[in-house]
Structure formats: C-alpha cells, structure tokens
Design a protein around this ligand. Structure first.
Ligand code: GAP
Length: 439
C-alpha cells in the first residue's frame, strides 16, 4: 500500500499514543520516571500481537525450536561465566562543570554538548542492575536483574535437550524482561532501562554455523517485512571486527530507519561455543552433546537471533502511520498488518438507537468470540470510522436498520475504505478469510 509519508513524524505518533492509549509515561502523576514507559490498552494489545507473531513464526511453525520461560533472577556465577561482570560496561564520562554524564563512545566532540565543559577521565560503568536476595544486604546476597534472557537458555540447554530429546540442530526460544542501567536511554521506547527481549539460541554442529547464521539472518529479516515494515526502511549491517561483542564470531544487525536515524531492531550473532564452554568451565557440569550419528561428544555452536520486543513494536507502529487525503479532509490511519492490529474488528451500530442495540450487541457477541473486537456507538458513523482508522482496526462491521430485516451487515476495509454487504450468518467466515489472506 503506497504511503503519503516516508515515515512517521514522531511528534504526531507521541500525541496519538497518549490520546488513544498506546503508551504512557511511567508514574506520570509523580512527574514520571526517566525513560520508563507503560503500555496502555491499545499498546499492550499491539505488543502482545508482536510477541505472538514472533512466537508463531519461530516456535509454533517450526519443528526445531521449543520454548522456555526462565527466571529473571539467576545464580550470580552465571554473570561471571557469561562475561557480563567483566565486560558488560560502557565508558562513562562526567562534565566537570555541569556534572552531566555521557557515554564517551556516543559523543561527537570532547567537550560537553550541554555547557562546553571539560570531561573527567572515562571509567567503566557496569550496566547490570544489582539487588539483594533475602533480608541481608551484603555482597554474599547480591544478585543481578538479568541484562539478557539468553543466559537462562544456556543454563537450561541440558534440561531442555534431555526433556525433549531434540537432536542438533535445534533451538530454544524465550520472551522476557531484561534490565540494563543504560547511561543514556532515550528516543521513547527505543532505549530504556527495562525492556523485553525475544531471543533464540539455536544449537548447531560446529562447521554448520556459518550457513545457519545466514539462514537465520534471512528468515528474521523477512519476518519484519512479512508483518508490514517497508523493505526500504530496513537494512542489514554486518559488525566490523572491532565492534563484535566478546562472545561473537560474527554478527549482523537488522536496522530500522527510525525518525532519528538508523537503529538496531535485532542482532543475529554467531556465538560459537563461548557460552556453553564458559558454563561448562564455571559450573563443572559436562554440557557437551552426544551426537549419535558420529558417536562423538562436542560443544554445540550457537546462532542467536536476539530482538527487542519494544523496538519491534515501535517500528511496526511507526511504519504503519500515515495521513491520507480523504475528500477535502485528511485521515490518519495506521496500516497495521491484520495480525498486529490492537483491535481486529469494530462493531458499529449506525446510530445509538434502542431498536438497533440488541441486534448490534448480538453481532458483537458473535464476532468477539473469535476476534479482538470493539463496540462503539458514540457519535456519527463517519467519526467512528476515523477513530478506528487512527488505531489501525482493519475491519469495521456496521449494523443498520436494514439488518433488522435482511440479517446482513456492511463490512468496511480500513485500507481501501470499500464496503460490502454480508449476511450475518457468513460474517465470521468472511472476516476469517480476509484476515488469513491479508485484505
Ligand atoms: N543476547 C544478546 C543480546 O542481548 P543485544 O544486542 O545487547 O544482544 C538484543 O540486545 C536486542 O535487545 C537489541 O537488538 C534490542 O532490540 C534490544 N535492546 C537492547 N538494549 C535495549 C534497551 N536498552 N532498550 C530497549 N531494547 C533494547
């Protein structure tokens, strides 16, 4: 579908966000808490749909990936083994004049951008949040909020492999919260200190890792396109040698053209046997895999597609935003993929009328059994269509006075605005057909 805007205007999206209930500032009545956000009634549906679309694509529709939901708090040794205690830090500098703090590697000049002051020498700042397990706050009870979901997968590799009897290659997928005490969060939900990740650790035989990396890069890139991001707003970027994380043999980032510039949505890394090797060393457990095809034990290599739920949600949302000429007017419309739209069907009685109400309600009860549905009878039908366009509802079903006699309703398509008369008896099948075939 051609769009009027090349990509969304952030101010308009933010205003729509607050007005319609996508995302609110956290603790707003207390003045907010820096860079933390709450998903409102529409935002939570959108985000759930993004996670569901991911899960369907990488777990439900594959035979070689299973799911996991590991705890956020993990044994502190995990983070020593993973390298996070030693390496998960950013260079922090402080302005000697205004005392603002910055990530040195993100600065464009060597004086403070706020006041022109001189910086302190950089020091390494570990990004992990610390807390204490139990009532005694001493270092022996110190634990971390996980900075990535990945380690919960690595330490369960053996449990999952034994329980499922999966053979290589196979993967474990997980969606969950992660926490990083970012020095410079910002750009709305793009970089926050509490966020959600969707990660897969895909275990393969060494030697097949390069090919699997390419396969995962292709399939993850296609996922964003299939769910509606215009390919021109996506790009793939390979990490240069000096940019690679301490665990990675090779990494590709899928980047989106955000209004402020290109930004990472997902990284797909070849972690080789770094993690299983380190956990084997630190735990003393034998985490090798017995390959019965060649009667050999070895440490599997790992391909890791690791994406951010909040960033993907934001990208799908921004990319869907458009303003289109509509007669003498303009309509704001979110062209969400039908599987991502917070509301799939709106049931709208032509007017708020006692004769229409029971039939409209019964149509609503019918549709809501299968689809995410909203009932709206306030104001003119034209305004209600606009309200649904603005939140990206793909189908509006209108119940009018003829419905009382012919038992048919009108279904309106968000993108083409075409309308079709359908018998109520066929309504669910018609919506399902449109939903399945994307129109
Ligand atoms: N296990 C590998 C890993 O965590 P990462 O590149 O640090 O890799 C993966 O993070 C994804 O998590 C990123 O591509 C991004 O989408 C998301 N992410 C990372 N830090 C984030 C933050 N501060 N706020 C929101 N999302 C973040």
């Amino acid at each position: 579908m051609p769009r009027t805007l090349p990509y969304a205007d952030m101010d308009k999206v933010l205003s729509l966000s607050k007005r319609r209930g996508f995302v609110f500032q956290s603790s707003e009545v207390y003045g907010g808490l820096g860079s933390t956000w709450d998903y409102g009634p529409l935002g939570v549906e959108l985000k759930r749909n993004v996670k569901e679309a991911w899960w369907r694509s990488v777990v439900s529709e594959r035979d070689d990936v299973v799911g996991l939901d590991a705890a956020i708090l993990m044994h502190p040794r995990v983070w020593e083994a993973s390298g996070h205690v030693e390496n998960f830090s950013d260079p922090l500098v402080e302005c000697r004049q205004c005392h603002r703090r910055f990530r040195q590697d993100q600065l464009e000049s060597d004086v403070c951008p706020e006041c022109g002051g001189v910086f302190t020498e950089p020091r390494r700042f570990n990004l992990m949040f610390r807390t204490f397990m139990g009532p005694v706050e001493d270092s022996s009870n110190e634990v971390f909020l996980r900075p990535e979901t990945a380690q919960g997968i690595f330490v369960n590799f053996q449990n999952v492999q034994t329980a499922t009897r999966k053979k290589l290659p196979f993967g474990i997928a997980q969606i969950g919260k992660a926490f990083r005490n970012e020095i410079t969060p910002g750009n709305f939900t793009f970089r926050t200190r509490e966020f959600e990740q969707m990660e897969i650790e895909f275990f393969v035989k060494p030697g097949t890792d390069d090919e699997w990396l390419q396969q995962w890069v292709r399939s993850r890139f296609d996922w964003y396109v299939n769910y509606g991001i215009r390919p021109g707003n996506l790009r793939l970027r390979e990490h240069a040698g000096d940019e690679l994380a301490h665990y990675a043999k090779a990494t590709y980032d899928i980047e989106y053209r955000f209004p402020w510039g290109w930004g990472e949505l997902e990284g797909i890394a070849n972690r080789a046997d770094f993690d299983l090797g380190r956990h084997k060393e630190f735990s003393g457990e034998d985490l090798t895999y017995f390959d019965d095809a060649i009667h050999e034990r070895y440490l599997p290599y790992v391909i890791e597609p690791s994406g951010g739920v909040d960033r993907a949600t934001l990208a799908f949302w921004l990319d869907s935003y458009d303003e289109e000429p509509d007669g003498n007017d303009t309509r704001t419309v979110l062209h969400f993929h039908q599987a991502l739209a917070p509301v799939t069907v709106a049931v709208l009685p032509l007017s708020r009328n006692a004769r229409l109400a029971p039939t409209a309600r019964s149509v609503y009860d019918l549709v809501r059994r299968r689809f995410r549905c909203q009932f709206d009878d306030a104001q003119s039908i034209g305004r209600r269509y606009r309200r649904q366009d603005e939140i990206g509802t793909p189908y509006c079903v209108t119940v009018d006075f003829d419905t009382l006699d012919d038992h048919a309703v009108t279904i309106r398509d968000r993108d083409t605005m075409t309308q079709q008369r359908i018998p109520v008896a066929r309504l669910l099948d018609v919506i399902q057909d449109r939903y399945d075939h994307g129109w």
